[in-house]
Ligand binder design. Sequence first.
Ligand code: SF4
Ligand code: SF4
Length: 298
Amino acid sequence: MAETDRKLTVSVAAGKGGTGKTLITCSLAQALVSERPGSVQVLDCDVEEPNCSILLHPEIDRREPVTILVPEVDVSLCIHCRKCAHACQVGAIAAIGKAVLTFHDLCSGCGACAYVCPTGAIREVPLRIGEVSHGISPEGIDFIEGRLDVGHQRATPVTHAVKHAISSKLTAIVDAPPGTACPMQEAVAETDYCILVTEPTPFGLANLREAVGTCRRIGVPCGVIVNRDRGEYAEMDEWLAAEAIEVLMRVPERREIAEAYSRGETLMSAGDEWRDELLGLYETIAEAVAAETAATSA
Ligand code: SF4
Ligand code: SF4
């Protein structure tokens, strides 16, 4: 079996926004589906700013709300004991005098307040925080996108709902949110491999160090794609070599790539050579995952 036959889940992340993460996600998906029709899915977990759809142009056929459970208090049953407020770790419920106030934007939906309430005055009710859309791109890429509703901060449940749609029968490419906070970690966790996209600048290197550290902490092997490469930033190359981090691909700073991107197209439109480059990228990742698996089970 060729390494490209393996059905991996590959996340694509970046220590900061604007590095070309989504371009890599969508380009890789298009290259893979051009070789194996119907075998690829893209999961947009950048739920605060999902934009894979701009490059993949999917037709959406289904939308599902994402909800969390938040407390609703029946004041007629409340005995003003304040146990709920003491149980809440994030200050999302407060008992003041004879009133119990809830702050749903702070609530994580943990259920502790309802659990400790001695009178059953608190019941948990669903609160919509976002939605997951399902569709298909013109090339036949299975497309899933999470979107956090405006005014909500709880990205992680939406990310979790998107990842729930991962199919073991398809090669899954997960577009993670930028940065290294909880939403990025939720998107990257339990994927087979993480591609970290960076740019060759001091800012890119600083954020890459954080992203590599995060992948190592959560136990996901990673390699790097240097985007807008001009071959002029030796400090990044020296650091990658010292840390034994594989450079999977370099995307040069070229006019035809910028023009394709500005038209809402991927690397696949920027030159015939990119299809082979991207298929080679996936093969390199599949080999790295196979080696990691062998080393772990030895
Ligand atoms: S569900 Fe959890 S986070 Fe929300 S108010 Fe109750 S204790 Fe606080
Ligand atoms: S725990 Fe229940 S009874 Fe006690 S203050 Fe909160 S809502 Fe009222």
